[in-house]
Design a protein. Structure first.
Length: 356
């Protein structure tokens, strides 16, 4: 059994090569393809992927633990995440053999951020007709960081500028201090910018809105990585410079949360092609979809682009239509990535191998 600490995992992920990243992307895409293919099959007896609904317990002290089991038949996994009444979120992903032997355990926080960004990239890599020169990322946490890191790994020759926008300044300062030097050294051809609503509003409300409008008008790709309860920007800001864009939403995960307004959400092909990781989960959990009264026939699971045994499909939206992706996360994503990272860690001698 291999144990990988958060520190070792962060080191492993931040030193991935383009080839290793492509292999992870390939595994991930194929896994999503199997999930979507099986979701559309009435018979449950032939399914290889099983994802029971997550369960939770809340102690009398106010500590909440979430349990997320999954199996791909070849392996079983369970992610356990605890949100304490005080302190930081902690978690672990356990990977077991079909017979129940523990194969490995990984820190969950880094894997969750990485695999969510990877889910976004599975769709973005298929959007070959959308430019990727100007990226704007809302948020300053791990999710935002990994969206930038993976986009740069996968599209190093396309990206000219990456701009982070956050509500508060403190967390943004941490991102700029810890992450920007690494990115600037690795990608000297890319311009990195960052600003917060808090800092610019000190100069007046108009200062923030003016800059945000200009950056959104110039953007090709928009990554939303915030737990916002109201839209971060209005659709009118995008309409100042109409063009095809890629918009992903991974921060809002409860029905009362919304990162974009309904006009932006429905700006895909006739409002009937919103890409999602899981139709069932997104219809239940996504505040954006609930507010817009979206129905299942308006959704396309990203796994449908990766039909088992067939070439991967490209997404070519009609003129004037955006590509919008909503992801709330699934256990199979954790398992796919955890298995590949355990193999990489073993190969590179990262982590600790113990008898169990």
């Amino acid at each position: 059994m291999r144990l990988i600490s958060e520190k070792d995992l962060a080191h492993l992920l931040r030193h991935l090569t383009p080839a290793q990243t492509q292999q992870l992307l390939q595994d991930f895409s194929q896994g999503l393809g199997v999930f979507s293919a099986e979701s559309s099959t009435p018979s449950r007896s032939r399914k290889t992927i099983h994802q029971p609904l997550r369960t939770s317990i809340v102690t009398e002290n106010g500590d909440t633990s979430l349990f997320m089991p999954v199996s791909d038949t070849a392996t079983t996994g369970i992610k356990i995440v605890t949100v304490p009444a005080q302190g930081r979120i902690e978690g672990v992903i356990n990977v077991l053999s079909p017979a129940g032997r523990l194969l490995g355990a990984l820190s969950a926080a880094e894997v969750t951020a990485f695999r969510t960004a990877l889910a976004t990239m599975t769709l973005l890599t298929r959007c070959t007709s959308i430019p990727k020169r100007q990226l704007i990322i809302f948020g300053a946490g791990r999710q935002a960081e990994w969206h930038a890191r993976l986009a740069l790994l996968l599209f190093p020759e396309h990206i000219a500028a990456v701009t982070f926008v956050n509500r508060g300044q403190d967390r943004l300062d941490g991102l700029c201090r810890e992450t920007f030097p690494q990115l600037r050294e690795r990608y000297p051809q890319v311009t990195f910018n960052a600003y917060s609503k808090e800092s610019l509003q000190k100069n007046g409300e108009e200062s923030y809105e003016t800059r945000l409008q200009a950056d959104l008008a110039a953007s090709d790709v928009i990554f939303c990585c915030t737990p916002s309860t109201e839209p971060i920007f209005p659709y009118a800001y995008l309409q100042r410079a109409p063009k095809q864009r890629f918009v992903s939403l991974i921060g809002s995960y409860k029905p009362h949360m919304r990162e974009i307004d309904s006009d932006t959400l429905l700006s895909g092909e006739d409002g009937r092609r919103i890409y999602v990781d899981s139709k069932e989960a997104c219809l239940e959990e996504s505040g954006e979809l609930i507010a817009a009264k979206v129905t299942a026939d308006q959704l396309v699971e990203v796994g449908e682009l990766f039909v088992p045994g067939e070439p991967f499909k490209d997404v070519v939206p009609p003129l004037g239509a955006n590509v919008v992706f909503k992801c709330v996360g699934m256990g199979i994503m954790d398992l796919i990535v955890a298995k590949r990272l355990l193999a990489l860690a073993s190969e590179l001698g990262i982590g600790v191998d113990v008898e169990f």
